[in-house]
Design a protein around this ligand. Sequence first.
Ligand SMILES: [Zn+2]
Ligand SMILES: [Zn+2]
Length: 246
Amino acid sequence: MKIKADLHTHTTFSHGKNSIEEMVNRARQLGLQEIVISDHGRSHPLYGVKPYNFRVMREEIDRLNEKYSDIQIYLSVESNITGKDGTIDIGEEERQYCDWIYAGYHWVYIPHRFSDFFTFKLRNYLTKVLPFLKAGSRRANTQTYLKMMDRYDLKMITHPGDKCPIDVEAVAKKAAEKHVILEINPRHHHLNVEELKRAAKYGGTFAINSDAHSTDRVADVAEGIAWAAASGIPQEQIINLAQDEM
Ligand SMILES: [Zn+2]
Ligand SMILES: [Zn+2]
């Protein structure tokens, strides 16, 4: 069982261990048809791609697309959700040089506004240790995700609900309307089997990705494929599965 495209990988431009070309060559070795380089958004204080590097990455990917005819390589960014109002950390460089934009929630980022530190970031931290906050947090995070999909033309939401509880059904319904892919990310445990069962019925699309930070993890998604199979989600809703593999 395998995927034909890995839509979520990291390189040394954020905190991955390998270069773009090394990741591409591993993907070619595995017979993938496509790979997407999607390093972390700029608001991560340590790992975020420096804005000036998007042009450098674009040039490198254009060069590799010329060099290798057996694989298609795309540039994206795993932007951070930095504001309660659905703000993500993209600027002119991301818009200009990326083929498309992803968004995901992470622990470490510089909040969009000062108030977002309390109303969004700190709340999600506290929700992890104070379970009674979960219901309110879920309601607020769901609104954030819905607003984000209205405000931006997103290709995919990475590991939806990881580190920030959401109403999976409301998010899946909106994602289907807006043609936003929801990710099945075994590295981050979302979407999981239970979430997939609830999300699939809205008819949207899903992708199983490795989120590899090194060449040895490219297309390493066996667990994600097992979750998809266990959830009973129709095969045609998973856009990057190799034919007849489930
Ligand atoms: Zn992520
Ligand atoms: Zn990632």
